[in-house]
Design a protein around this ligand. Structure first.
Ligand code: NIG
Ligand code: FE
Length: 418
């Protein structure tokens, strides 16, 4: 494929996460072209350097009509495969109930666990596919998805197998995380240690044997899983070959960020309540700080201290946290708005966070996350010639075309997928 007349290419560059001040260094090229072969970017240049005769060109020619090209977005934290919905609970929260109150009364995650246990793999596949289609329309080309709405062997495997099938059948790449430790299973009431042991000894081996996940995650939080249990679970996962990531310091300051650094987690996520010491340690580590402002917005909580973290030298990524409870939104446009307006990230930092740093949070920064020669051609064309419209056109999806591995998979003009 040859993409011509690109108004502006706006991209971070490099093969690893950008930390601190580096996050705002974008490479910009106006009036440009991108040439792709076998799904890989072969050439990037100015239209002026290109001969105007394309008659001999074998591949597909796409006229970008002065649109801006940015890397495909990487949504590195979602729970997109789940059964049922929790609209009532959302309204109860609007009326004053807290997320943890609802969870402690048997609602919250447990409500989705009941629904997910009941649904067939086919039903979960269809709703998951639908959500992937919606995400794709917003420019997402790679998505991470977690299990954790089963909390038993059968349903955890069902969720992970559905994600594996979606990865194979849908143009978006799906990367799976085993999160059996999303909440204490009702079958193990008050028996945290026994539940972790069950997950480590009876569920993990099947997950790894079937190659159903790359990562292991846990909800490390007061009243959910303790620091000790979290360390145990993630180390068991690591031993079985699953790289650790963690839900940390979301509701209270708990030391989750420090634990993430100590065990070498790929990413620590949420971090609304991260301590200053946690920020300092994250900045010195290779652990990506994945911030999920859609969740803070939906729960009406203070945002993670993104500015402080970037100024301290952390690598910050942004992700949606799409799930049926704390954040039923996959809006990438909302993330850009919240990052810029509420978290004081610059448009450049937000773009890096949504692309290269998201890729780094999934250990794929060598292959995706930027528009550079040698990288996979995952590209979004925006309806405007300037990447800053991502924040300026507030909470509005401005993605016009999505290219995955050099193929046009979504075109807003026709609404056609693939
Ligand atoms: O990332 N924090 C824990 N887990 C999810 C919420 C899951 C749910 O409420 O269903 C999150 O916010
Ligand atoms: Fe989450």
């Amino acid at each position: 494929m040859l993409i011509l007349n690109i108004g502006q290419i706006a991209t971070p560059t490099g093969k690893k996460a950008k930390k601190g001040l580096e996050m705002k260094e974008l490479t910009l090229l106006s009036n440009a072209y991108i040439q792709i072969e076998n799904g890989i970017i072969q050439q990037i240049g100015s239209m002026k350097e290109l001969s105007s005769d394309f008659s001999g060109y074998q591949g597909q020619i796409l006229d970008a009509g002065n649109q801006c090209a940015v890397p495909g977005f990487v949504d590195s934290h979602t729970h997109f495969v789940f059964g049922g919905y929790r609209a009532e609970e959302f309204i109860r929260r609007l009326e004053g109930a807290s997320y943890m109150e609802i969870m402690n009364m048997g609602g919250g995650i447990m409500s989705t666990v009941r629904a997910t246990r009941e649904e067939s793999a086919k039903e979960l596949f269809l709703s998951g596919e639908n959500r992937l289609n919606q995400m794709m329309k917003q420019g997402v080309t790679t998505v991470e998805g977690k299990s954790g709405y089963g909390l038993d062997l059968v349903t955890e495997l069902k969720q992970l197998r559905v994600m594996k099938e979606l990865d194979q059948k849908h143009p978006i790449d799906v990367i799976s995380t085993f999160m059996g430790a999303h909440a204490l299973s009702p079958d193990f009431k008050d028996k945290e240690e026994a539940y972790i042991k069950y997950l480590a000894e009876e569920v993990l081996p099947v997950v790894t044997q079937e190659a159903l996940a790359e990562y292991c995650d846990i909800f490390c939080e007061e009243g959910v899983f303790s620091l000790e249990a979290s360390a145990k679970m993630l180390l068991a996962g690591k031993k079985a070959g699953l790289h650790p990531r963690i839900h940390a310091d979301e509701i209270v300051t708990f030391g989750g960020a420090e634990l993430a650094v100590r065990i070498g987690a790929v990413s620590a996520d949420h971090l609304l309540m991260i301590s200053d010491e946690g920020i300092r340690q994250m900045a010195e580590s290779d652990t990506v700080a994945t911030l999920l402002p859609g969740t803070a917005f939906s729960l009406n909580k203070p945002y993670a201290p993104a500015r402080k973290m970037i100024d301290a030298g952390c690598a910050v990524a942004l992700a949606s946290d799409l799930n049926p409870g704390s954040c039923f939104s996959y809006s990438i446009a909302l993330l850009f708005a919240l990052a810029a307006i509420q978290m004081k990230m610059t448009p450049e930092e937000a773009l890096t966070a949504m692309t290269l740093n998201g890729a780094a949070a999934l250990e794929r920064a060598e292959r995706i996350g930027s528009i550079e020669v040698g990288k996979q051609a995952d590209i979004c064309l925006l309806r405007f010639p300037d990447y800053r419209f991502l924040v300026y056109h507030t909470a509005t999806n401005i993605v016009d075309k999505v290219i995955k591995k050099g193929m046009l998979i979504y075109d807003d003009k026709t609404g056609k997928i693939q």
